[in-house]
Design a protein around this ligand. Structure first.
Ligand SMILES: NC(=O)c1ccc[n+]([C@@H]2O[C@H](COP(=O)([O-])OP(=O)(O)OC[C@H]3O[C@@H](n4cnc5c(N)ncnc54)[C@H](OP(=O)(O)O)[C@@H]3O)[C@@H](O)[C@H]2O)c1
Length: 429
């Protein structure tokens, strides 16, 4: 094998290979050998003992061209150099293991087609929910079922932020600053808190679950920036909590895909997913519910996923069995066509902050009535500041299109301190 990228995932992979070499050889019936490692600063890296003498290079082209290398692990990330590495490996007929969600979400189906044409193996378990073997589950474990819905908590950083806000009543800015100091969140947190990282992962999982070509652009995305400690107080009153939910649901007309904060019942198993953990809940037509939980990232959990992929690919190479069917778009099926999220019908949470005066509820209720939206409840927790008064209205199940139009009209009302916050209330999972 040749490993390209010696950062978090590359170093975790080497640590697992070093610590677990004997077990791996027993499970496989042969040794896995690292022939070359590569990173821009490969020559100055400290590698685990068994690999200290392994050949090092800062030029990935040497790895993909080396006749002694059968499997290339692309652990660099991003969509430019990583794409060149994978293309180079396929050209040289090397099998590929990758942890790259961004690349696989945006052009996984094209990469798979090229890999199949070249007769090589491709594996990408580490690209979604690092420590949870969810690819293996969807491709093998429950492949006999027909998936009707998939729900996930797929971004550890935003889940950590939300659960800390919930526990301590802290603001998003406070928790984010701490997470950045502790190294849990990037200096530029946008990919995590604006939902883009989770969207790439959902694109891959939905493609695997539904056998459809799904790209990130098919998925509605909204991040957690507007969630405040106040929203947790109101959500708790309603018997709910708030999580950044990734959902893919099959309807009669097609698939509805979204990544956004939503209210979920505190009694559900997914509400118990705390801190940086990830979870995936899959609903099948025949086998019904299955739930998968584990660490979403980190050098060692992700290293285990990479090593397990390396073992599978090595085994398949030994037995001369490359994967012949792409997990993306095994067939384009009309019923799995992505649909606009505005066709989703569910209950809603609307949170307002207003400059208090008579007639506010009447004005809001008037707009809801015009859109034929049923109001379910009005909640107001004690608050002393009349000029910035929060309260919540919950709505009966309504199509998102109507809710968006109502929110748009409400946003013009001059007593509002900020735009209303509209969150879907997930039906009991
Ligand atoms: N971090 C996680 O927990 C996690 C979990 C699941 C999946 N992933 C995915 O795994 C991949 C790697 O993530 P990471 O966190 O390990 O990233 P990272 O810590 O930034 O490591 C990237 C590595 O790639 C090397 N590199 C960058 N450009 C290169 C080039 N042109 N030629 C050779 N080497 C190059 C870097 O070299 P230098 O060190 O010499 O600069 C570094 O060793 C990404 O696709 C990420 O999305 C990460």
């Amino acid at each position: 094998m040749g490993l390209i990228g010696l950062g978090n995932v590359g170093s975790g992979t080497l640590a697992v290979l070093a610590g677990n070499a004997a077990q791996i050889a027993l499970k496989l019936g042969f040794d896995l050998r690292v022939k070359m490692v590569c990173s821009r600063s490969a020559h100055s890296k400290t590698l685990p003992e068994p690999f200290s003498g392994v050949r090092r290079t800062s030029d990935w082209r040497e790895v993909v061209a080396d006749p002694d290398v059968d499997i290339v692990a692309e652990l660099v990330g991003g969509t430019s150099v990583a794409a060149e590495i994978i293309d180079g490996a396929i050209e040289h007929r090397k099998s590929v293991v990758t942890a790259n969600k961004e690349l696989m979400a945006s052009c996984g189906s094209e990469i798979w087609s090229r890999a199949i044409r070249a007769g090589i193996n491709l594996a990408m378990e580490a690209s979604v929910a690092g420590g949870i073997p969810i690819h293996a589950v969807l491709r093998e474990g429950i492949s006999g079922d027909r998936v009707v819905a998939l729900y996930g908590i797929l971004n550890g950083t935003s889940n950590y932020i939300l659960t800390e806000m919930e526990k301590r009543g802290a603001t998003l800015e406070e928790v984010l600053a701490e997470a950045q100091q502790l190294g849990y969140a990037e200096a530029d947190p946008s990919a995590d808190i604006d939902g883009y990282d989770a969207r790439s992962k959902l694109a891959i999982l939905a493609a695997l679950a539904f056998g459809e070509k799904i790209t990130p652009a098919d998925i509605f995305v909204d991040g957690i920036r507007r969630i405040s400690p106040l929203d947790f107080q109101y959500a708790h009153k309603l018997g709910h909590t708030i999580r950044l939910m990734c959902t893919a649901r099959q309807t009669q007309d097609g698939l509805i895909l979204s990544v956004r904060p939503a209210l979920i019942g505190t009694g559900t198993i997914i509400a118990g997913v705390q801190g940086a953990y990830n979870a995936v809940w899959v609903k099948g037509r025949y086998g019904e519910d299955t739930f998968y939980y584990g660490r979403g990232a980190g050098p060692l959990p992700t290293g285990v996923a990479v090593v397990s992929d390396l073992m599978r690919v090595a085994r398949e190479i030994r037995h001369g069995k490359p994967e012949r069917v792409s997990p993306f778009a095994h067939e384009r099926l009309g019923e799995y066509k992505p649909l606009s999220v505005t066709r989703e019908k569910c209950a809603w949470y609307l949170r307002f902050r207003v400059d208090d005066r008579p007639g506010i509820i009447a004005a809001l209720a008037g707009i809801l009535a015009e859109q034929r939206i049923g109001l379910e409840a009005v909640l107001q927790l004690p608050c002393e500041t009349k000029h910035d008064l929060p309260f919540v209205i919950t709505l009966e199940p309504t199509y998102e299109l109507a809710v968006r139009e109502a929110v748009q009209r409400m946003s013009q009302l001059e007593f509002l301190r900020e735009q209303p916050l509209a969150l879907p209330i997930e039906p009991p999972l």
